[in-house]
Design a protein around this ligand. Structure first.
Ligand code: PA5
Length: 448
């Protein structure tokens, strides 16, 4: 049994029982298509079985690499973009305390990210910062040819070669890439970098439980065994339970698709803990890139409450009625704060004396759920007992599975991303890449 719970108590009033039942039936059919691997994109379904399939040896190899990095580096620069970056960052940021390292993280290195944009200032400051630091690089690219990480890696490799000498670079670079194809694989073979394989049948946004996510997470000091245990628990549950038995992924997929038919075209992922902000970024890529096709798809957005209630709250409460919310609730903080009484009560907060800060946050959440529902925004709630490796593993696998089901319900291939090539081709043409001469003429003629 997984620990994650879903509730539609603040969404139900927007839907009829018949519509919910119909969507649940569609969700169950989509679940079967996913499990039987008979739908579009079925060559990229390796992620479905991944948690249950990872061997102890694979995890051990990753832990050994993480320990090597920890033994000689203060920093690990994780170079990747999109699916080759967001999963690791989502987990690391969800679990890393803001102001201190926990006991379990004594051996960790600090993770820095690069290659996820093309900003010159960021990269020049990063290179200057690393000049006198001990660091390693984990370069992650399935294709091995993506421009952003390739540029960042070229810059970092030059710095590493200058600092440590070409011979020693292979102790500090870990490449996560295709088994045999791509420029990164060739470079890794030439230099002798240790390599980790991204399986052929796992696409970028579904790759967090491969070395793409697991090596940086292990280097950051977190237990990849526990993360995988959580994912495995969720895998078992979602594979074995049908929609009529209360499969939580089919419930989520059914309700969001039912709401979509009612004009709720934007889904906002809401969390009340800042640690989850990169989980929202990962979720946006997962659902946006999987479902936004052929003129269809719910637009995935995210906010951080209560912070954004003071900026986006007005629109959500009262703006165009095309929104639905999915709220991630973490029931218990790791450490609570008690509010005490003050004799003068100048700030007027004595009415809260004796309460925990988590109770105040929960009241803000409940008050907001009621207000938004009453304002015309249906809200789903996903509850986790606490934030730790197991729970994050459960949550990530839950969203992956629900996304596959939901994409099939919508009638798209949830495992391709043809639309992301267009900007790249224009950029290559503008930069004068060989083979793009004709496109350059065409696009420039449109902006003259
Ligand atoms: O989900 C995806 O497929 C994309 O986000 C890719 O992961 C991203 O474009 C990076 O690609 P690559 O790993 O080939 O560098």
């Amino acid at each position: 049994m997984s620990n994650l719970k879903i509730s539609d108590r603040f969404a139900k009033s927007f839907l009829t029982e018949t519509l919910i039942q119909n969507e649940l039936e569609k969700a169950e059919k989509a679940r079967q298509t996913l499990l039987q691997k008979t739908g579009p994109g079925n060559e990229f379904l390796g992620w479905v079985d991944l948690p249950g399939k990872i061997s102890g040896d694979d995890l051990q190899k990753l832990r050994v690499a993480a320990e090597t990095i920890q033994s000689h580096s203060q920093f690990l620069v994780v170079v990747g973009i999109g699916g080759s970056y967001l999963g690791a960052r989502a987990v690391i940021e969800a679990l890393t305390p803001e102001f201190s390292a926990p006991e379990t993280q004594k051996k960790s290195v600090k993770i820095i990210y690069a290659g996820h944009h093309l900003d010159a200032d960021y990269h020049s400051r990063l290179l200057a910062f690393l000049e006198n630091k001990e660091f390693s690089v984990n370069v992650i690219s399935k294709s091995g040819t993506t421009t952003e990480p390739a540029i960042a890696f070229r810059l970092l490799l030059s710095l590493l070669e200058r600092k440590y000498g070409r011979e020693n670079v292979k102790k500090r670079v870990f490449a996560t890439t295709d088994r045999e194809k791509g420029a990164l694989k060739q470079l890794a073979d030439e230099y002798g970098f240790p390599t980790f394989v991204i399986p052929d049948d796992v696409g970028g946004r579904y790759s967090v439980f491969t070395p793409v996510g697991l090596l940086p997470i292990a280097a950051a000091g977190f237990s990849i065994n526990k993360l995988i245990d959580g994912a495995k628990q969720m895998e078992t549950e979602l594979k074995s339970k049908s929609a009529s038995d209360g499969n939580i992924a089919t419930i989520y997929a059914a309700i969001r698709n039912a709401l979509y038919t009612k004009g709720k075209k934007t889904e906002i992922l809401v969390s009340y803990t800042p640690a989850l902000s990169f989980l929202s970024e990962w979720w946006k890529q997962l659902f946006g890139e999987s479902e936004g096709k052929t003129g269809k798809g719910i637009f995935p957005a995210s906010v951080q409450f209560t912070t954004d209630l003071h900026s986006m709250g007005q629109y959500i409460q009262d703006g165009e009625r095309l929104l639905m919310e999915t709220v991630i609730k973490v029931e218990a903080p790791k450490q609570d704060v008690y509010l005490t009484e003050k004799p003068d009560d100048r700030d007027g907060l004595n009415y809260l004396a004796g309460k925990k800060l988590s109770e105040v946050n929960q009241s803000a959440m409940l008050g907001t759920l009621i207000a938004h529902r009453d304002g015309g925004v249906p809200c789903l709630e996903i509850t986790l007992p606490t934030l730790n490796e197991e729970m994050v593993g459960e949550l990530l696998y839950f969203f992956e599975f629900a996304c596959g089901v939901s994409g099939y319900m919508l009638g798209v291939n949830p495992f391709d991303q043809p639309g992301v090539e267009d900007y790249k081709n224009n950029m290559f043409a503008l930069l004068g890449k060989k083979g793009f001469e004709k496109r350059k003429e065409e696009i420039l003629s449109h902006i003259r």
